[in-house]
Design a protein around this ligand. Structure first.
Ligand SMILES: [Zn+2]
Length: 75
């Protein structure tokens, strides 16, 4: 990283990949996550990457489930 002081908490893995409580029947999967110190600039810069990762994973999972559904109909 850089030489600036780590004054913010960066979540590893990103919080965005855990569902919000409203989407998980009230269960909060975003507590007690692992964090590392990060300077504000790098923490903010990584947020865009975290969002891209979450959207990419959602797309990959949707495609994979669609393929599995098609394959299971050919039995
Ligand atoms: Zn930094």
């Amino acid at each position: 990283m850089c030489d600036l002081p780590g004054t913010t908490d960066e979540h590893i893995p990103p919080r965005a990949i855990f569902p919000e409580a409203k989407d998980a029947e009230g269960r909060n999967y975003r507590i007690d996550l692992i964090t590392v110190p990060s300077c504000p600039d790098h923490n903010t810069a990584k947020s865009d990457d975290d969002e891209f990762l979450m959207v990419s994973l959602a797309g990959i999972m949707a495609t994979t489930w669609a393929k599995i559904r098609v394959m299971s109909q050919h039995d």
